[in-house]
Design a protein around this ligand. Structure first.
Ligand code: ARG
Length: 281
């Protein structure tokens, strides 16, 4: 890219589904970020979440809200509850029993909001936690949560090609903690992604290099602050406030970083993307 002009980045309006963290807590540990002995505040989580929601609205995106449920402290992480492509909804099936009931609340939300083409998966499937849409295909993570058989199931249900990627670092247990799409494209080679190579097996790193030779490569420091849990609308990229190094590199590529404080939500192992389920019509 040396010497080449940075192409103009064009944002596209998005529709997101989010769940306010009114009952947020860390009562159990199902990933290495969660420590039930450390204090957490649902009020602080709600304030941080509200700022994230309002940031999306400032950019002109639509944010729908689902009612949080007592006893489901992780329900704020809406990304885990559905994958929507072309108006087709593939629901979720959680690995941890503590989160299992969330799937049904989201299933009902979709039905009540007119999404008739809805399938609940048979295999363990943590939805956009492990699935990332590039504009042409779904990148799909496995290794900690989503069953690899759920990748084949997603391909059949959604009718889009699915590329499996193997996650190997327990801190980056969902694909959306290790990779996100900066700009979608119907042509895979021109879609732009950012990822943390060491979160992936050697074979999956080779797959990523082949598919996205021009990807932004994140550092260990970018990953540790949940910088790979960003949300891009094609131009504006919402990142945790600590991810300024990554943000600076995205500026060189023509993106506009927008920083939010997600420190309370990170205590449960979540960030901006985890809170954001994208509804693609
Ligand atoms: N505590 C939640 C869990 O471990 C966090 C989920 C984060 N969501 C995500 N899309 N990465 O399941």
């Amino acid at each position: 890219m040396q010497g080449e002009a940075v192409p103009p980045r064009v944002p596209t309006p998005r529709r997101y589904l989010m769940c306010p963290p009114r009952y947020f807590a860390v009562d159990y540990a199902i990933n290495p970020w969660m420590d039930p002995s450390k204090p957490v505040s649902a009020d602080v989580a709600v304030a941080q979440w509200t700022e994230l929601r309002d940031t999306y609205r400032r950019f002109g995106h639509t944010v729908e809200e689902i009612d949080p449920q007592p006893g489901l402290p992780d329900m704020v992480f809406a990304a885990n509850s559905g994958t929507v492509v072309d108006g087709r909804v593939l629901g979720s099936r959680f690995r941890a029993p503590q989160r299992a009931a969330e799937a049904e609340h989201f299933r009902r939300w979709f039905l009540e909001h007119g999404y008739r083409d809805l399938t609940m998966p048979e295999k363990i499937n943590e939805a956009e936690g492990d699935f990332a849409w590039t504009g042409r295909l779904l990148l799909a993570g496995t290794g900690f949560r989503t069953d690899p058989a759920a990748h084949a199931e997603a391909q059949e249900v959604l009718g889009v090609p699915v590329v499996s990627l193997q996650l190997i670092d327990p801190r980056y247990y969902h694909l959306d903690t290790a990779l996100f799409v900066l700009a979608e494209a119907t042509d895979t080679a021109t879609a732009q992604v950012v990822y943390y190579p060491d979160a992936f097996s050697p074979g999956s790193q080779r797959v990523l290099r082949r598919m996205f030779p021009d990807a932004v490569l994140a550092t260990a420091a970018d990953a540790e602050c949940f910088g790979l849990n960003g949300v891009s609308d094609g131009r504006n990229v919402v990142l945790p406030v600590e991810a300024t190094d990554l943000g600076a590199r995205l500026v060189e590529r023509g993106y506009e970083p927008v920083y939010v404080d997600i420190s309370e939500l990170r205590k449960a192992g979540g960030g901006p993307k985890c809170c954001t389920l994208e509804i693609r019509k």
